[in-house]
Design a protein around this ligand. Structure first.
Ligand code: NDP
Length: 327
């Protein structure tokens, strides 16, 4: 059978992760990488992979089966998603949770008109965690769902700390509070405040002459980002920051606990421990690209989400193979 031809739009962390993931899926090959920067400035994992200017996509419709959109959710996807869904089958990881309905609608119309399939908001959260929240709720209607994140490096919170005057460099880790996790796992359905569920830990390099107490105060009182949490700030050297805090670790778990009768409590848990958040996210996007390829061939046009994709479509194996091996 023919390999699925994958294109990458945007070559940041996710774009590089997609390169790695396609290399591990023999039923796919990488058709090309597309970037807004000068193509010759990028270094692909495999030097044989062609790198093109993003504009080239307009005329490369016949070279790519599924285009994986690896732009940022804030600035890039709101523009690129609708534009590219008119030209290609697409998969993206749009993760601004509150804006997903609006983004879905903006992608749906052009995809439908062009008879393309556009899977929006895949990844792990939104994505795999969302699926587990839906399944938990459906199976245990009398229950409660909890999502914990971490231990993990949060890009958004790290950026916020870096903007504090006196900070030369920083990373921020989100950590679940163990007591809260234990209570949830026991099935008692506790009501937990933001502060009780997660704590935040910052590793900060100070600028010369900056006052550590002032910097600490500015961080822990920052509205939205830190004021509702218990936050610790640790000062490190630039060397320590570079050596110990460069890995993009992340993960978390979704727990649903509920009662099927007055006597019986049931607990469902799904967890991830990730050395590399972007590489894992990219692996998810690549598996969904396979499903999108099949769904488009079957005439399912327009925008879809992970809720619309049957699990068997993610697998390179046929339905018959899956029935024999996995049931
Ligand atoms: P990056 O910032 O690494 O890349 C985003 C875009 O920025 C790239 O597509 C690239 O576009 C451009 N870019 C990358 N490096 C540079 C550079 N050095 N100079 C200038 N431009 C650059 O973002 P990530 O790949 O880490 O993440 C992308 C999105 O994925 C995030 O915004 C997040 O919302 C989402 N995400 C979703 C998850 C989920 O579970 N659903 C999990 C993790 C992330 P170009 O090549 O065109 O210049």
């Amino acid at each position: 059978t023919e390999q699925i031809r994958i294109g990458i739009a945007g070559h940041g962390n996710l774009g590089r992760g997609v390169e790695a993931a396609v290399a591990r899926n023999p039923d796919m090959r990488l058709a090309g990488i597309y970037t807004r920067r000068p193509p010759e400035s990028l270094v692909p994992r495999d030097p044989a992979t062609p790198v093109h200017a993003m504009d080239g996509l307009a005329t490369h419709g016949d070279r790519i089966d599924v285009l994986i959109l690896c732009g940022g959710s804030k600035e890039d996807l709101p523009r690129q998603g609708p534009e590219l869904a008119a030209l290609f089958n697409t998969v993206d990881s749009f993760d601004t949770h509150a804006r997903i309905p609006e983004y879905f609608a903006a992608v749906d119309a052009p995809a439908r008109a062009a008879r393309r399939t556009a899977l929006v908001s895949a990844g792990w959260d939104p994505g795999l965690f969302s699926i587990n929240r839906v399944i938990g709720e459906a199976l245990l209607p009398d229950g409660a769902t909890y999502t914990f994140w971490g231990d993990g490096l949060s890009q958004g919170h790290s950026d916020a700390v870096r903007k504090v005057p006196g900070v030369a460099g920083a990373v921020q880790y989100t950590r679940p509070v163990k007591e809260a996790v234990d209570r949830v796992r026991s099935g008692t359905r506790p009501t937990l405040s933001t502060r009780e569920k997660h704590r935040r830990e910052c590793f900060v390099v100070l600028e010369d002459g900056a006052d550590p107490d002032q910097v600490r105060h500015a961080i822990v009182t920052m509205p939205h980002y830190f004021d509702a949490y218990d936050t610790t700030v640790k000062f490190v050297t630039a060397e320590e920051l570079a050596r110990d805090h460069h890995a993009m670790v992340h993960g978390g778990f979704v727990i649903r606990s509920g009662n099927t009768s007055d006597d019986n409590t049931q607990v469902i848990e799904y967890g991830l421990r990730l050395d590399s958040n972007p590489e894992f996210t990219s692996s998810v996007l690549v598996a969904y690209a396979r499903a999108v390829h099949r769904l488009n061939a079957a005439g399912r046009y327009g925008a879809i989400t992970v809720f619309d994709v049957a699990p068997g479509l993610l697998s390179p194996k046929s339905a018959a193979e899956l029935r024999a091996e996995q049931l």
